[in-house]
Design a protein around this ligand. Sequence first.
Ligand code: ATP
Ligand code: MG
Length: 245
Amino acid sequence: MRGGKPARILVVNGKGGCGKTTITTNLAVAYASLGQNVSLLDYDAQASSTQWFQQRPEDLAPIHLVQAHQRPSMYRTRAFQTHVPTGTDVVIVDTPSAVGERELDDLLRGVAVILIPLLPSAIDLRAGTHFIASLLKHRSYRAQPVPIGLVANRARRNTIKLSRFTDATETLQLPLIATFRDSPVYTRMADDGRGLFDLEENGRYQAERAQWLQLIHWLDAIRAGSAGPVRAERVPKPAPSLVRA
Ligand SMILES: Nc1ncnc2c1ncn2[C@@H]1O[C@H](COP(=O)(O)OP(=O)(O)OP(=O)(O)O)[C@@H](O)[C@H]1O
Ligand SMILES: [Mg+2]
């Protein structure tokens, strides 16, 4: 993909607190640590990604931040404000939880793929399902459909909630790409501007890293144009960690 148009990945779900910022920042770190030029666009006025970025130590893999949530002014147009540097390989977009029709119009522009984080609780799944239904009906999405991948976040072993989650994702007829554990490591890294791939690879988070690599593998297949149909007609088997849980 080097030298071409950067791949734009939208992380979105109308439900607050499901992990949009956690997925965005960790994915940005994972891609950056794999040597890609990454721009992180923060569209949320809450500015959580921006605050995370401001804590990020300078010696770690570089990420370019764009504060896309700031209103355009007389001197700065929207296009200027959301501009990413030449040579960017991947653009990852963090979004607010309350996105209306008009905001979605803006967010969906030029997007190559959509990631929807979901928490395995009944309330979150209901809200997520509702959001996905409205996304699929949205005029901008229908005009230019792109692949949608579900990402399970804050999963715990051996819970009934988790099996409910598996059922729900099958009902949604969208592929479940990766499952991330509920772990204090994510809260710690949110506070100090880091991501899982900044940590030394000592085997401690091996299963978790494998889930991030699985997500990147799926995204790269889309970037390479070999991901198959836009909406998976057949739903792939749930990610292994979910089945074993
Ligand atoms: N896998 C995880 N394990 C443990 N804590 C997590 C995990 N994912 C997210 N969190 C924590 O849950 C909280 C909400 O996560 P996050 O900010 O990523 O959600 P969000 O969807 O961006 O929220 P908002 O809608 O407010 O923007 C944060 O405190 C974050 O550190
Ligand atoms: Mg957020």
